[in-house]
Design a protein around this ligand. Structure first.
Ligand code: ASP
Length: 324
């Protein structure tokens, strides 16, 4: 696995009264090492580490996996380097439409949102959908309205704007032969940066000391997406899935393929019914099935015994080996 990378960090606490695990991803499709300025790479790694710290703090204190993954993802949503929350990719119309999902492996409860534009932390909204509504998935204005009614922080849509994402949009629209929407001037005069995160979606999976698993994913989706496109991240079973008797799994990559393969649940099925080890299951799902279908991307997973695994399609990603 050379050339491209998947940002990935994980930690495990094994003690007399504690056995917890957590893994985070910061997307796949990161540019080749030589293309990323060192200070940008350092910031990217620091962002991942900050997210990991937030999750570990919860787990090490005996807290639930759900709280840990939400805390980790919120840190990454606030970091403009990642394609989630602030720093999200732009639609072809020049908007940020955010998707997120969370799942509790011990109850199979789940919450998801698609196309939200005003809620600062889409993962917190997904959690509210799970715990405070009778539904699993809300979209668009209605979802933001529910967030506001639940007291979740609302922001102006411009909060999510970053110049580097805007430049990535301009480049993508040019490649597609589509017009650049008004707002281009907002990118300012800064030097273009390499589009070093074609994806940049974030996710977290964890097992807490009580053996409960949970998974979360948050994204701005694909640059220049159109027509209200929603990817796999908020589709339960596609980009996000957790079941205590199998695993917790979060994906990143070409969402349409993850949806068609119900990829995150496929990993759980391979573990539960085929008896594969977690690593064998993620490899089969990504390097076997996803690659065979023509998709790109990667997944992270934590198993019922606290084991951690990750897999990434060879064509696009490899792992920060020193952090894996
Ligand atoms: N899977 C996401 C989507 O298709 C994109 C990503 O992983 O960055 O929306």
């Amino acid at each position: 696995m050379t050339g491209h990378r998947q940002a990935l960090v994980g930690d495990r606490g094994l003690g007399k009264d504690s056995d917890w695990s957590i893994v985070l991803h910061g997307g796949a499709g990161v540019a080749e090492h030589k293309d990323m300025p060192p200070e940008r790479e350092a910031a990217f790694r620091a962002g991942m580490a900050a997210g990991l710290d937030a999750g570990v703090a919860v787990l090490a204190a005996g807290g639930p996996a759900l709280d840990a993954i939400q805390a980790a993802v919120e840190v990454l949503e606030d970091d403009p380097l990642f394609n989630a929350g602030r720093g999200a990719a732009f639609t072809a119309d020049g908007a940020n439409e955010l998707d997120a999902a969370i799942m509790d492996g011990s109850t199979l409860a789940a919450g998801a949102v698609g196309g939200v534009t005003r809620t600062r932390h889409p993962i917190a909204l997904a959690r509210a959908v799970m715990e405070r509504s009778p539904h699993v998935m809300l979209v668009g204005q209605g979802a933001d309205g529910f967030a506001a009614s639940m007291g979740l922080e609302q922001v102006e849509p411009s909060f999510f704007f970053t110049g580097s994402r805007w430049r990535a949009l301009e480049a993508e629209l040019e490649a597609l032969g589509l017009p650049v929407p008004p707002g281009a001037g907002r990118a300012g005069a800064a030097q273009p940066e390499p589009d070093d995160h074609r994806f940049g979606t974030v996710g977290a999976v964890a097992r807490d000391s009580n053996g409960r698993l949970a998974a979360a994913t948050s994204t701005g989706g694909m640059t220049a997406k159109r027509w209200g496109r929603v990817g796999d991240s908020p589709i339960i079973g596609a980009g996000t899935y957790a079941a205590d008797d199998a695993c917790a799994c979060s994906g990143t990559g070409s969402g349409e393929y993850f949806i068609r393969l119900t990829l995150a649940r496929e990993v759980a099925v391979l573990v539960k019914y085929k008896g594969l080890s977690l690593q064998a299951a993620v490899d089969e799902a990504i390097q076997g099935q996803l690659t065979a279908l023509g998709g790109d991307g990667g997944v992270i997973a934590v198993g019922a015994g606290g084991e951690m695994a990750a897999s990434s399609g060879e064509r696009l990603v490899a792992i920060f080996k020193d952090e894996a």
